[in-house]
Write a protein that binds this ligand. Structure first.
Ligand SMILES: C[S@@+](CC[C@H](N)C(=O)[O-])C[C@H]1O[C@@H](n2cnc3c(N)ncnc32)[C@H](O)[C@@H]1O
Length: 242
């Protein structure tokens, strides 16, 4: 199951997508933290940490953070775990990894999520922050998550979801489609930062709906598949490897 259809204004075939996305994040990497900090009113770290705690991340666990970007999920997890020695970050963009390495002493693996050079049955907890939309195929990727998790291991996927209602959807579109990209450019004076946020919006707008994400997790063999959503927008998907 692909998370969104081909965006013809960006690339013409599905196989062109990874290279397009990698270049986009390489070029936007230096701007990612300031733009995300501004766009979520400085709440990003607190929210990520709170979500990790609420869903059971605890000291002593081995954590895999997939699509780790500049390390925002991993930096939050370091505070929950008390150290970054048991954190592994998987990320395809060298630009994003470069920024993350300045903040973390974790293990970094440059790879896409769909096929990771990692051993079976190894991690207690696996996180994904705002990257579900970039995976080539949800089911394939979730099967890979299932492979690397220990039995009883948990997945936590955070994602911004377009709300269903007319007004909620209108405000979401206005903020993420117009206001956020515009101010990203003003703040950073970078067209690349604006492009990254426009792409962020386009992929959110065209993303499969929550029921399909949950179905893909179940198809991959996970149980206790759940979604909670703050304000109908900030989705938290959880699932357990039996
Ligand atoms: C919006 S950033 C999220 C970064 C971080 N997780 C956070 O919470 O802020 C999305 C990240 O997904 C990465 N990404 C894109 N395609 C990917 C793939 N196929 N597998 C794993 N990561 C991917 C991008 O390079 C980028 O760093």
């Amino acid at each position: 199951m692909i998370p969104h259809p081909v965006l013809e204004n960006r690339y013409s075939k599905p196989e062109e997508r990874p290279a397009y996305v990698k270049q986009l994040f390489n070029e936007g990497a230096e701007h990612y933290d300031p733009v995300v900090g501004w766009g979520f009113f400085g709440t990003g770290k607190l929210y990520r940490k709170d979500a990790q705690r609420r869903h059971g991340l605890a000291p002593g666990m081995k954590l895999l953070d997939v699509a780790s970007g500049t390390g925002l999920m991993a930096v939050a997890a370091k505070e929950v775990l008390g150290s970054d020695q048991d954190i592994t970050c998987v990320e395809p963009s060298d630009g994003m990894i470069g920024v993350a390495k300045k903040k973390l002493n974790a293990t970094f693996v440059q790879s896409g999520a769909e096929s990771m050079p990692l051993p079976d049955d190894t991690y207690d907890f696996l996180t994904v922050g705002y990257a579900l939309r970039h995976f080539a195929d949800l089911e394939t990727t979730f099967i890979e998550f299932h492979r690397v998790l220990k039995s009883g291991g948990k997945v936590l996927i955070l994602e911004a979801t377009r709300p269903d209602g007319k007004w909620g959807s209108f405000l979401f579109r206005l903020y993420f489609g117009r206001i956020y990209p515009f101010f990203s450019r003003v703040l950073t004076r970078s067209k690349k930062a604006e492009e990254m946020m426009v792409y962020f919006w386009e992929t959110m707008d065209s993303c499969v709906r929550p029921a399909e994400v949950q179905a893909a997790l179940s198809q991959a063999g996970f149980t206790e598949v759940k979604r909670t959503a703050l304000m109908g927008v900030f989705s938290e998907y959880t699932a357990v490897k039996p």
